[in-house]
Ligand binder design. Sequence first.
Ligand code: HEC
Length: 95
Amino acid sequence: MPQASPARGKAAIERVGCAACHQIPGIRWPQGGSGPSLAGFAEQGLIAGRLPNRPDMLAAFVRNAPGVLPGTTMPAMPLSEGEARDVAAYLYGTR
Ligand code: HEC
């Protein structure tokens, strides 16, 4: 993804607390379990089992999941559009 920064994405993930609900490689704490593990996300075919796993779709999902996937239990998160692209870049870089 052009201009997206995995390092900024990691900082955003830590700031908004994605790990309260997800295990995310590189984020040591708190490793919550109410959402799925996000390890190796680049290898996954679908987002939340229903959306094509593409960078633009993932960025939209991490910022406003209910907006792109009505009925999902993943909440909207306080990220800017740029931060959402950074977060997607970080997730695609994990194993
Ligand atoms: C309050 C708990 C909670 C928080 C906070 C949360 N999520 Fe989620 N997330 C979920 C749940 C529950 C699902 C499963 C949604 C579904 O299947 O419809 C999910 C699904 C996802 C998925 C799709 C996973 C898959 O296997 O397809 C991604 C990616 C994701 N979240 C990323 C994030 C990111 C990045 C953040 C922080 C910006 C975040 N989540 C914050 C609960 C949370």
